[in-house]
Design a binder for this molecule. Structure first.
Ligand SMILES: Cc1ncc(COP(=O)(O)O)c(C=O)c1O
Length: 399
């Protein structure tokens, strides 16, 4: 059969690893799974209880508001004020989305069309590279370096590449997608980077779409900046915030797009044709999560940081040396020197087949991703220790 839009998508390489993982498990092998960034930690109890209570009320079974309940948008605005000292008008500068992924995808529909171009980092979270294409536009890839091995500042390097890509583009880009802390590389930036980006976008009349999925995930005291902290950012920027990682509410599908009022109105309009919003009890529970469990992200962060330390200590001990990430929930690991003749898919397959350790092959995140595998910090310390023992047995060339 002939299809539209999906033909240009690269083969989903993660599926290959998932199949090996499933086969190993079917044989009774215990695979330690760092593959998929699907949080294993529970959602806040107070939100779960509120969800159960709200679900019993038939009034909440009806269609909800596509753009989100006013109290939910208000809770988001309050969180931005508390975290970043950014003022948001919850009526005009906040729209609720069915997770960041849905928000970003449909945002591309209103910002881009056939013939348009967008600047997108590579490697990247896959929808960043695919989303503009779904809208009929073309992606101009901008390399993102590995912060662990790059000599110099990755933010500066990315910015330089971005300017070069913009200047070299045959069709003037309308959109820049970026996301810091970055998935998969865990690259982080400071407010000075965001300031340069905003100035650049204002001068060129480009819209910046900052996916802030790891807003609350900075380690060792590092606090990821919101792009909206930059003066005048609201003139040219929108930002996606999600409860997925911050509150470990991945399955609930609650996210937001905040910032430029015109862009918020455009996304709100198209969404009013597409969906009726997240199930109302979920929205009510999300309000409670943000208002009454506002420190929950900090508790989760402590756990992720400890997992990061356990994983890196173990990998370093067996001779796989990796620089600790400053943020995100990922460790972007260069394939160790003695195995570098393998592609990331081969190496990842080798790890799952021989060590019973699942990772994501870097090539799945686009150009520039090969040469690395990604560990997601979704296994606890005990399981991580087990993975290290298995890797030590398997990676015999490391010593
Ligand atoms: C950069 C990035 N954006 C968005 C998402 C998904 O967010 P949501 O669950 O809110 O759709 C992820 C999840 O891994 C991500 O890494």
């Amino acid at each position: 059969m002939e299809f539209r839009r999906i033909n240009g998508l690269p083969p989903y390489v993660f599926a290959a690893i998932n199949a090996r993982k499933a086969a190993a498990r079917a044989e009774g092998r215990d695979v330690v799974d760092f593959g998929f960034g699907n949080p294993d930690l529970p959602s806040p109890l107070i939100a779960v209880e509120k969800l159960a209570e709200a679900a019993h009320n038939p009034k909440n079974h009806r269609y909800s508001a596509s753009r989100g309940l006013p109290n939910l948008r208000q809770a988001m605005a309050t969180r931005y004020k508390n975290l970043f000292d950014v003022d948001l008008d919850y009526e005009t500068e906040v729209v609720t989305t069915i997770g960041a992924k849905e928000g970003l995808t449909h945002l591309m529909w209103v910002l881009l069309g056939p013939g348009d171009t967008a600047l997108v980092p590579t490697p990247s979270y896959p929808i960043h590279l695919a989303g503009p294409g779904f809208a009929g536009a073309t992606v101009i890839p901008v390399p993102m370096e590995d912060p662990g091995t790059f000599v110099g500042d990755v933010g500066d390097a990315f910015f330089e590449s971005l300017v070069a890509a913009y200047d070299g583009a045959a069709v003037r880009p309308r959109v820049i997608i970026c996301s810091f802390p970055h998935n998969p590389t865990s690259a982080c930036v400071d407010i000075s980077f965001m300031t340069r980006l905003v100035e650049f976008a204002l001068e060129r009349e480009v819209i910046v779409c900052h996916d802030f999925a790891y807003a609350d995930m900075g380690f060792d005291g590092y606090r990821p900046p919101s792009i909206l902290q930059v003066p005048r950012a609201k003139e040219c920027c929108v930002e996606l915030y999600t409860l997925t990682k911050s509150f470990s509410m991945a399955g609930w599908r609650v996210g937001f797009m905040v910032g430029n009022a015109e862009v918020v109105a455009a996304l709100t309009k198209i969404k009013s044709y597409l969906d009726y919003g997240t199930f109302q009890p979920v929205q009510i529970a999300a309000i409670v999560a943000m208002n009454e469990a506002s420190h929950y992200p900090d508790e989760l962060l402590t756990i992720y940081q400890s997992r990061r330390d356990t994983l890196l200590e173990g990998l370093n001990r067996i001779g796989w040396n990796i620089t600790p990430p400053r943020g995100s929930m990922f460790v972007w690991a260069p394939i160790p020197e003695p195995y570098r003749e393998m592609s990331s898919l081969e190496f990842s397959t080798f790890l799952v087949d021989e060590a019973d350790v699942a990772t994501s092959p870097g090539v799945g995140f686009g150009e520039g991703g090969d040469g690395h595998v990604r560990f997601a910090l979704i296994e606890n310390e005990e399981r991580t220790h087990q993975a290290i023992r298995q890797l030590k047995r398997t990676l015999t060339r490391l010593n």
